[in-house]
Design a protein around this ligand. Structure first.
Ligand code: UDP
Ligand code: MG
Length: 140
């Protein structure tokens, strides 16, 4: 029953997709346990994506992720990590399944609208990157 971290990336906020994406989360039965709007500094974007440091897309990704406001979400519910990744779709929107967020709204492999943690370990560290414990609703 672990929570996962979701992010609506700068392209999603810029294109006014926040409501649409939150609707998809609510309608899927996932539970919203925390939410913030913020604008990442370049430094924080570098830290958040440190696992990708050195890859060809890293610099551009950091620029993109600090280019405008984002919405960070603590998402709960049974199997939240996998279910949120299923709703998002594959990294490359062109390869993502129909009816996924990335397929519907992504415009490139970089500008793919949303982020989601990929394992229980990363979910834990990524949630604590943005939220204190008392900023997340307790599990019922
Ligand atoms: N990304 C990119 N080019 C690539 C691969 C990834 O610009 O070739 C960006 C994209 O925004 C992606 C993020 O880097 O969401 C993190 O990459 P990861 O492989 O972790 O994909 P994700 O877990 O987001 O599906
Ligand atoms: Mg990833």
């Amino acid at each position: 029953m672990a929570n996962t971290l979701g992010i609506i990336k700068p392209d999603g906020v810029r294109r006014k997709l926040v409501g649409t994406i939150l609707s998809k989360i609510e309608n899927s039965g996932l539970i919203l346990r925390g939410m913030k709007v913020l604008h990442l500094s370049k430094d924080d974007a570098e830290k958040f994506y440190a696992v990708h440091e050195g890859k060809s897309f890293y610099k551009s990704l950091v620029e993109f992720m600090s280019s405008g406001p984002i919405v960070v979400l603590a998402i709960g519910g049974h199997g939240s990590i996998e279910r949120w990744r299923d709703l998002m779709g594959a990294t490359d929107p062109a390869k993502a399944k129909y009816n996924t967020i990335r397929r519907e709204y992504g415009t490139s492999i970089e500008k793919n609208v949303v982020h989601g943690s990929d394992s229980p370990e990363t979910a834990k560290t990524e949630i604590s990157f943005f939220f204190r414990e008392d900023e997340i609703l307790p599990k019922e």
